[in-house]
Design a protein around this ligand. Structure first.
Ligand code: ADP
Ligand code: NI
Length: 226
């Protein structure tokens, strides 16, 4: 590993220390590893991919009062302080500005191959067993209910609507997590997404069965009346 990558990893680790919303250092490390895996299969620029993966959540809008400009700014300051080639800085900041999910119906900005890879790796970390864990951790940190059968999922047509919504964890599966499999950019990520997606569907099926006190023998649901 190069010194730049090592120092960037240390900077990110120190900056994100103590996060309990699913955006901790280990999320970054997983995205970094998965990005490298995808980058090798897709023959992308490994330096840009790794720097963007490491820095992609450095100034998340959810933790800076909705200010989307913080991430690219922090990344630019850091990379400039490390005397990184300006073209690389540009490529990395471009990715950081456009990588995050903005709502089910929001059209995303075009991404470079390197950006597509980091976005895929980030999305892979939001689905499957880890995705399930992160969704509940995020809701818990926000003090939200895990489920409320009276609240229907919503498909957000704007980023503002998605940002402001206080969704339950189960609704978040319908509003985001179950949509990600079909939104992977690269073939390598699509292949990895299949099994993770199937596992979430199985989880939701069991969740519903337990919530409704379904009898596993007959499949019948327990009602409080009658
Ligand atoms: P990313 O790291 O992909 O940018 P986000 O910033 O959108 O992810 O969210 C971080 C984690 O928290 C993800 O696993 C995401 O699914 C989860 N999360 C985001 N919003 C919600 C929500 N409203 N309810 C439950 N989980 C959420
Ligand atoms: Ni992320």
């Amino acid at each position: 590993m190069t010194i730049l990558m090592e120092q960037t990893a240390r900077y990110v680790r120190e900056t994100l220390a103590g996060d309990s919303t699913g955006h901790d250092w280990w999320h970054i490390e997983r995205v970094w590893k998965t990005s490298l895996l995808l980058a090798r299969q897709e023959q992308a620029d490994l330096q840009v991919v790794q720097l963007a993966a490491l820095l992609h959540d450095i100034g998340d809008w959810k933790f800076h009062g909705g200010d989307e400009a913080v991430g690219p700014r922090l990344a630019r300051d850091w990379l400039s302080s490390q005397s990184v080639d300006p073209a690389v800085i540009e490529a990395v900041c471009q990715i950081i500005a456009n990588v995050s999910f903005k709502g089910a119906g929001v059209v995303a900005a075009p991404l470079s191959l390197e950006g597509q890879i980091v976005q895929d790796a980030d999305r892979l970390d939001a689905i499957g067993a880890i995705g399930i864990g992160r969704a509940f951790a995020y809701s818990g940190a926000k003090g939200r209910a895990m489920h409320d059968p009276d609240q229907r999922p919503e498909y957000h047509a704007s980023f503002a609507a998605y940002q402001n919504k206080q969704s339950t964890t189960i609704n978040h599966f319908h509003e985001k997590l179950l949509l990600l499999k079909d939104r992977m950019n690269t073939a390598a990520a699509r292949a990895l997404a299949e099994e993770r997606h199937a596992f979430m569907l199985e989880f939701l099926r069991r969740f519903e069965a337990e919530w409704t006190a379904q009898d596993p023998a007959t499949g019948s649901i327990s009602h409080l009346t009658g």
